[in-house]
Design a protein around this ligand. Structure first.
Ligand code: C2G
Length: 153
């Protein structure tokens, strides 16, 4: 009997950590179902995404090791999803260790070690610092340009 694996995530600014998690999850079975958190549900989780749900779902859908993408709308849908899709193994990254042990009643629960040194939060931070320019510098530049213009007149 083919084994079906299920995992959940936001997958915002898709990176190597996400890819490795999906590849290893798929390696635990023959078919991989991925529930991608909707933008509305992320608000419930206190997360604001850069990439909107439709695009995150399309990106995950087109990852080779992914067989089906479903929306994640609530915390409580997991038991229903497990029954609906005939799930054998539920997988999450180690940052969720122990949080979903209650699902052992319905299927095997596996936590996979996170990929180190990469996260969406870090990427956002790096982008922010790269984009944040020092306002005093801007003011100085404007002064120099004004002076230059005055000199040229
Ligand atoms: N992940 C990983 N290594 C990283 C970053 C993330 O293995 N460096 C894993 C996470 O552990 C998770 C998956 O990639 O299993 C998706 O991560 P997120 O998009 O951050 O998912 P999250 O917002 O935590 O959503 O109901 C559960 C939630 O929807 C999980």
């Amino acid at each position: 009997m083919p084994r079906t694996v299920l995992t959940y995530g936001t997958f915002d600014l898709f990176h190597i950590g996400h890819l490795r998690l999906l590849q290893r999850a798929r390696g635990l079975g023959d078919r991989l179902v991925v529930a991608v958190s909707t933008d509305e549900f992320n608000q419930v989780k206190g997360k604001r995404c850069i990439i909107p749900y439709r695009q995150r779902a399309e990106i995950v859908e087109n990852i080779k090791c992914v067989d089906l993408v479903i929306p994640e709308n609530t915390w409580d849908q997991k038991t229903e999803d497990i029954k609906l899709h005939g799930i054998d193994t539920f997988v999450m990254g180690s940052d969720w260790k122990g949080k979903f042990d209650f699902l052992n009643e319905f299927c095997q629960v596996v936590y996979l070690e996170r990929t180190s040194k990469i996260s969406t939060t870090d990427l956002k931070q790096k982008l922010k610092s790269a984009l944040s320019v020092d306002t005093t510098q801007i003011v100085q530049m404007i002064d120099i340009l004004k002076q230059l213009k005055a000199d040229l007149e």
